[in-house]
Design a protein around this ligand. Structure first.
Ligand code: ZN
Length: 246
């Protein structure tokens, strides 16, 4: 089975289209969407529509989806994120808003090996940045390979011999992680707003037969997205960070 992993798309249609052009999900593949479909970017409705067209195998919500659809207040958001999510809530169609509000919380088991969550299996809003976070998350995982998002940073952690080992992906077009043995928690990076200093869109590919996760990076028309953000009046800092990958 092949899974195409999309996380933290954040209303970035250009990034999503570039990822889909490279990933080319086929009817037999499972598309997994790990939350934060909207927020920050200029195309929330178009992104929701495009993702629904793909008929993903599983879609879970992220913190921005909850706030944009009115399930939660933006109290935990910083100033710029709050401005962007208020703009998003304003432009969402009733249909998009309803879709986002009905998305299930993670974790969701995909098969006997793979599960997905937005932040961690024990709390969808908690971030996994380092080995300690990963160890805590791995203890609550119910599948051997747990895919997560939320940090916008590609990373892989393996639980082995009682300890956790981090594998930090190199900035190459494709980085492979052999998850054939052991317990893993893997972040394939953000489609729409990477924060590792590399502006290119990130997506993941899981090959369950080979026991492999591949993290891909693909260029997209970032200037087009930035121009739309400026036209929408979204915060300048959010426009700038997109090209910096921060
Ligand atoms: Zn996010």
């Amino acid at each position: 089975m092949r899974y195409v992993v999309l996380s933290d798309i954040h209303s970035n249609l250009e990034a999503l289209e570039a990822v889909l052009a490279e990933a080319r999900p086929e009817p037999g593949d499972g598309v997994l969407v790990l939350g934060d479909l909207v927020g920050y970017g200029p195309d929330p409705n178009a992104v929701v529509t495009r993702l629904r067209e793909l008929q993903p195998l599983a879609v879970i919500r992220g913190n921005h989806d909850k706030v944009a659809s009115g399930l939660e207040p933006a109290t935990r958001f910083n100033h710029h994120a709050r401005t962007a999510v208020a703009w998003t809530a304003d432009v969402l169609t009733p249909d998009s808003r309803h879709y986002l509000s009905e998305l299930p919380a993670g974790p969701v088991a995909i098969d006997d090996v793979v599960e997905i969550c937005h932040g961690t299996p024990f709390d969808e809003d908690v971030y996994v940045f380092d080995d300690l976070d990963a160890a805590r998350a791995l203890r609550s995982a119910r599948r051997r390979v747990c895919l997560f998002g939320h940090t916008h940073l590609a990373a892989a952690f393996r639980l082995a011999d009682g300890g956790v080992r981090a594998v930090v992906p190199r900035r190459t077009a494709a980085f492979r992680v052999d998850v054939g043995g052991g317990r893993w928690i893997v972040n394939c990076g953000a489609v729409g707003q990477p924060r590792d200093g590399d502006w290119r869109a990130a997506w993941g590919e899981v090959d369950t037969l080979c026991g492999r996760v591949t993290i891909h990076r693909v260029e997209y028309d970032v200037e087009a997205t930035q121009a739309k953000m400026v036209a929408a009046g979204l915060p300048e800092l959010l426009v700038e960070r997109l090209k910096l990958g921060r």
